[in-house]
Ligand binder design. Structure first.
Ligand code: MEV
Length: 310
């Protein structure tokens, strides 16, 4: 045990996908960045290794989390610790809450064990937990959470790991995140799309490829500080997500609202479906946030990359 540093703390950032959700599952690149909000895990020495969970969770949720946690604890070689979690992220709204939970838990367990807790090692082991929640994710969520950097991610064929290129932005990259309606679980949205893709492979494969090209174009725009181009790429990506059947009236309405409030680009982020999160790229998001809060919309801002004001 790494007893000198107790209590141990591990953070897992939430994420937004700027470009390329869903097509990333099929091996195309996605552009994703970390939120400043996430999940914090705290560990203290205890008689046995366990996760302390709030009583509000259902039995099924408790079982799933406990099982995933025990698996992670064994893999990390964790000593007997009690881990508590604190989340600033809305659950199941497309902001990577499960990936952040997996990363925060894995990071704190590695710290308690005195093991390597580099972003790469955290991502490698957090995948084990993320897979308990999601089956076979592309890996973009927990990788972005562990790296806490804006990145271009490309899945290795058939695996939940991938190639990561960290991106630097010469300009502050600020998004407004708005939450709309209730969302269907990612697993279901991904499975329904997979069924459409299996039935009409040529048409869907064409669209995935186009979205992958947009993600690469967006990455280039970020590196060149060309936020106007990035915004346009996001708008086109939204059109293709709608073509894939992943958008819905509440999401579309918020996309248009954000564009009306001055977003350079706006789109759904994450799995989409009946509700979830919409992001808008803004030079200065604060006035739009104030307006939306006045209207009762749940929203916040986050800077994903680029120089920060002192
Ligand atoms: C979910 O945040 C992103 C999806 O592309 C699923 C995945 O990448 O595993 C919808």
């Amino acid at each position: 045990m790494n007893s000198r540093a107790a209590p141990w703390v591990g953070f897992g950032a939430g994420k937004v996908i700027l470009l390329g959700e869903h097509s990333v599952v099929y091996g195309h690149p996605a552009l994703a960045g970390p939120l400043s909000y996430g999940v914090t895990a705290r560990a203290v020495p205890s008689k046995r290794c366990h996760l302390s969970l709030p009583g509000t969770l259902s039995r099924a949720q408790r079982n799933l989390l406990t099982q995933a946690f025990q698996r992670a604890a064994a893999l990390c070689g964790s000593p007997a610790v009690k881990v508590t979690l604190e989340s600033e992220l809305p659950l199941s709204m497309g902001l990577g809450s499960s990936g952040a939970l997996a990363v925060a838990s894995t990071r704190v367990l590695l710290k308690a064990a005195g093991q390597d807790d580099s972003p790469e090692e955290v991502a490698r082991l957090a995948l084990e937990m993320e897979q308990e929640f999601h089956g076979t994710p592309s890996g973009v969520d927990h990788t972005t959470s562990a790296q806490q950097k804006l990145l271009l991610y490309k899945r290795h064929p058939g695996q939940s790991t991938g190639r990561v290129r960290i991106l630097k932005s010469p300009r502050p990259l600020k998004v407004l995140v708005a939450l709309v309606g209730d969302r269907s679980p990612t697993k279901h949205t991904v499975a329904a799309l997979r069924a459409r893709q299996a039935r009409w492979p040529d048409r869907y494969t064409r669209l995935f490829k186009q979205i992958g090209t947009l993600a690469s174009e967006g990455a280039k725009a970020v590196e060149q500080g060309d936020l106007e181009t990035l915004g346009d790429v996001m708008n086109v990506n939204q059109g293709l997500l709608a073509a894939l059947g992943l958008s819905s009236p509440p999401l579309e309405e918020m996309v248009y609202r954000l564009r009306g409030l001055g977003a350079l680009g706006a789109k759904l982020t994450g799995a989409g479906g009946d509700g979830g999160a919409v992001i808008g790229l803004f030079l200065e998001p604060e006035p739009a946030v104030a307006k939306l809060l006045e209207l009762g919309v749940r929203c916040f801002t986050s800077q994903l990359a680029g120089p920060r004001a002192l």
